[in-house]
Design a protein around this ligand. Structure first.
Ligand SMILES: Cc1ncc(COP(=O)(O)O)c(C=O)c1O
Length: 423
């Protein structure tokens, strides 16, 4: 490995430590390194490449736009790509779903959309506190980091992270009804907890270890928000854009959040873009009150609209439901039923194998990488192997990747069993 990276790139780098190769090309669900080794991608740019690497449909639109000298940078001035994106998103995505949101373009990464949602919620409700769920991930800048629950990320802040109350999740305690708990702490004038401006949550805790919240729980949160005049923010940055089988991950629960954050795959091609969707009555921003130089990069707008067109033309939601069944059956038959120590969780095309041990998940991921499969870990103690392919992956490649994973699990768990018996 060329040591330019080690010599000059900050120690903060992370994914390259798990996948220590130099990558040069990618297509669909395949990434290629400089030595021409191919890897199946079950990581998907952490959810930024739902429509596949270098998607031909989107690429053509981008090339045409560049060849025509389309405007690239324009702050938040009116532009044709922005108008076309807004029109398409409203007419083809929001209105058909009965959703009425205004679109705020924020800085181009997910955390920017979360920061905007927090700021606006506090401004609208004139309250400082926000409720977030234990196990959540919402970003790494100070406001969103105050929500993010993992200790190592929080330690990096260097200042106290405040104005957030963390709420337990249903999967943490068998005996605790979290909705009743919320009802109690919000109605009890001796709970000691300040009423929040908003409750923010992911419908599937992705970085938290692939925990899918059931529809009753999501509806329960909506009801609590209504009862206590609290805004509900769904962070769909990772599991939106069809990842769970519907464009928005909350659709399955038949609820309407007050605000929604989107990033990652909304940029279509892996282009940086983030938006905060807000109910029109919440739009009390003063002009320029939440600004940023790179809001709405025009190439991202072009890619985003093309991505939405592709999503609808290719019926990506249906594709996900079909492939969900394949992955679920495969993991149940080959892993859950064979290895009682492995817990399988997931929905759509986001799945986790919880092996409950950091060293085991690490070895599985390393073994997969050696055999041409890229996937990452998540969750408490990083003990969950996360399966998140591009939604457009063909079934043959999907099964090939699952076979590599299955062999890795078998190898690592057999080695572990052998070690235990020889002790
Ligand atoms: C649910 C969720 N929210 C927010 C973020 C932060 O996005 P970004 O890394 O683009 O700032 C992430 C990133 O993984 C995420 O998964």
């Amino acid at each position: 490995m060329n040591n330019v990276f080690e010599k000059y790139e900050s120690e903060v780098r992370s994914y390259c430590r798990t996948f220590p190769k130099e990558f040069v090309k990618s297509k669909g669900a395949i990434i290629t390194d400089v030595d021409n080794n191919e890897y199946i991608d079950f990581f998907d740019g952490a959810g930024a490449l739902n429509y596949g690497h270098n998607n031909d449909y989107i690429k053509e639109k981008l090339i045409k736009y560049l060849e025509d000298d389309g405007i690239i940078h324009s702050l938040d001035m009116f532009t044709t790509p922005k108008r076309e994106f807004i029109e398409f998103f409203e007419e083809k995505v929001l209105i058909p779903r009965g959703l009425d949101y205004k679109i705020q373009f924020t800085g181009p990464t997910g955390t920017n959309a979360v920061e905007a949602a927090l700021k606006l919620a506090r401004k609208v409700k004139k309250r400082e506190n926000i409720f977030a769920l234990m196990g959540c991930f919402h970003g790494m800048t100070l406001g969103s980091l105050a929500l993010t629950s993992d200790t190592d990320s929080r330690k990096g802040a260097g200042v106290s992270l405040s104005n957030v109350t963390h709420i337990p999740t249903p999967y943490m305690f068998n005996q605790l009804n979290v909705i009743d708990y919320l009802d109690k702490i919000l109605s009890d004038d001796h709970s000691g907890i300040d009423k929040p401006a908003a409750i923010i949550l992911e419908t599937v805790q992705a970085e938290g270890g692939v925990y899918v919240f059931d529809n009753n729980f999501l509806q329960g949160i909506r009801n609590i928000c209504d009862k206590y005049d609290i805004l509900m923010i769904v962070d769909d940055i990772q599991v939106g854009c069809c990842r769970t089988g519907n464009f928005f991950s909350f659709e399955r629960a038949d609820i309407v959040p007050d605000m929604v954050t989107l990033s990652k795959s909304i940029g279509g091609y892996g282009m940086p873009m983030a938006v905060t969707l807000l109910k029109p009555e919440l739009d009390i921003w003063k002009p320029g009150e939440h600004n940023g130089t790179f809001r709405g990069n025009q190439l991202s707008m072009v890619a985003a609209k093309a991505g939405l067109e592709f999503m609808l033309n290719e019926k990506v939601e249906d594709q996900v439901k079909e492939k969900e069944a394949i992955v679920k059956e495969y993991l149940t038959q080959n892993i859950a039923s064979k290895y009682p120590e492995c817990e399988i969780r997931g929905i759509g095309l986001i799945w986790g194998i919880d092996v409950h041990e950091e060293s085991i998940s690490r070895q599985i991921v390393a073994e997969c990488f050696n055999n041409g499969l890229i996937l990452e870990r998540a969750g408490r103690n990083n003990s969950v192997v996360k399966i998140m392919p591009p939604l457009t992956i063909d079934k043959g490649t999907l099964l090939k990747g699952l076979n590599i994973l299955n062999n890795a699990v078998e190898k690592v768990l057999t080695q572990k069993a052998k070690k235990i018996t020889t002790l």
